[in-house]
Design a protein around this ligand. Structure first.
Ligand SMILES: Cc1ncc(COP(=O)(O)O)c(C=O)c1O
Length: 430
């Protein structure tokens, strides 16, 4: 029934459950929105940005190499926007969206990554989902790490064949799941795709690529290896090729994903593989065949960023100077930073959700430090993870200041001072 006030009344309505249940994160929206979720960081992307009208030291942005505001990058972005606008090219690459700039960027990425061929993706997330969808069929089995990013899990949802998860970076568990997977493909005649990450973006530990590859080298299992190196591309490895390079197994990665959204501070992504696989992806990845090609300013801008990655090693050197000082300093001060071997720096504390919110509030309001808190289910119940992302534009003073502040909050946490506070006095702008 359609009423004059434009509201339908239905007995079976999907809105009924949605109105009642906002989802696992959405249920906190009333208390968190604008502060813990959807915070507005204003000003130029750098080590210092403005949060709720106050300047703070930001450790939450994946601008690893500090390219977001690099003058050459800003100039090229602006000139490309002026020259091309955001519309060109229209249509998908296959239909009407192909340009020489897109092809040139792909060739340059292949060259930099020392892989046979590359396909650009107009967003990393959809690209991963769609690549997984196109690479496997019902006869194939996927074996993947339990801490894989949502885009890998969503790709898995499209997979109609079997999938087995191994415990995060646990090679005994990997071995067991590979044995199960192998039995299945022996029956179906399919193959196994192993998917893991190069750098796990939450806790900063690298996927055990070398150990995984050793299983293939030893002849124990047959599989293809697909690595999502969103956080490793541009930040780890001598040349910045990522975790495979850092672990000496770059050539052993069959399908390698990287994004422009982190070290390159832009939008878009890519997959490198051997030529016939990339050719297959060009014609079969539904997210690319049925979606608009990357706009020209993003392509031209990515070419510039890649050039800087190659020719200005000082950005990666600065990132590591800051990351090393931060990680060494935190460890020396007695903090548990887990098993990170990338720039991502987690700080693990013990406490309740209420304590975590009070700590984050204290850091933001009284120390002017903006970092992200990560709670259950990403970390076990009772664990608080404060996640710091160092970048090339942070300074050693920023590092010292932050460690001192962390020591103060740790002391307060140990004294139980955060358990009685109420996060209630912040006026959220909604
Ligand atoms: C591990 C990982 N894979 C994929 C993505 C998605 O990349 P994009 O932001 O380019 O869509 C991200 C970004 O958050 C990520 O952290």
């Amino acid at each position: 029934m359609y009423l004059a006030d434009k509201k339908y009344f239905m007995t079976h309505d999907i809105y009924t459950k949605i109105r009642k249940n906002r989802g696992p994160l959405g249920e906190y929206s009333k208390v968190a929105h604008g502060y813990f979720t959807f915070p507005k960081l204003e000003g130029e992307i750098s080590n210092r940005m403005v949060f709720r009208g106050k300047e703070c030291l930001v450790w939450s942005v994946n601008n690893y190499l500090g390219l977001a505001n690099h003058p050459e990058v800003r100039k090229v972005d602006a000139e490309a926007a002026e020259k091309w606008g955001l519309a060109y090219p229209m249509g998908s690459r296959m239909m009407t969206g192909q340009t020489s700039e897109h092809e040139a960027l792909e060739a340059e990425i292949s060259d930099f990554m020392e892989k046979e061929d590359t396909i650009l993706l107009n967003f990393g997330y959809q690209g991963m989902v769609s690549a997984i969808d196109s690479l496997v069929d019902r006869n194939d089995v996927i074996v993947y790490d339990s801490e894989s990013h949502a885009c890998i899990l969503d790709g898995m949802r499209l997979h109609v064949g079997k999938r087995f998860v191994f415990q995060h970076n646990d090679m005994a568990s990997f071995d067991k799941q590979m044995e199960r997977a192998t039995k299945i493909v022996e029956q179906t005649g399919g193959g196994i795709l192993v998917i893991t990450e190069g750098v796990f973006g939450m806790a900063g530990d690298q996927g055990l690529l070398k150990e995984i590859v050793d299983f293939r080298k030893s002849g124990k299992y047959e599989f293809r290896l697909f690595v999502d190196d969103a956080h490793g591309f541009g930040t780890v490895g001598e040349k910045g090729q990522g975790s495979g390079e850092a672990q000496g197994v770059h050539d052993e990665i069959d399908v390698l994903f990287g994004t422009f959204a982190k070290s390159m501070a832009s939008i878009g992504a890519f997959i490198c593989a051997e030529e016939n696989i990339v050719e297959f992806l060009r014609y079969n990845m539904r997210s690319q065949v049925f979606a608009k090609s990357l706009p020209m300013p993003l392509v031209v801008g990515a070419r510039k960023r890649l050039e800087l990655l190659r020719t200005q090693p000082e950005h990666k050197a600065n990132l590591w100077k800051v990351a090393t000082a931060l990680q060494d300093g935190l460890k020396k001060a007695g903090f548990d930073i887990g098993a990170t071997n990338s720039a991502v720096t987690p700080v693990f504390l013990s406490g309740t959700v209420a304590e975590a919110t009070n700590i984050t509030f204290d850091l933001r309001e009284h120390h002017n430090i903006f970092c992200s808190m990560v709670l259950y289910p990403v970390v076990p119940k009772g664990t608080i993870m404060l996640r710091l992302i160092p970048t090339a534009v942070h300074t050693l003073e920023d590092v010292d200041y932050t460690i001192q502040a962390f020591l103060k909050i740790k002391e307060k946490l140990d004294n139980g001072e955060y358990s009685n506070l109420e996060f209630a006095d912040v006026e959220l702008d909604r």
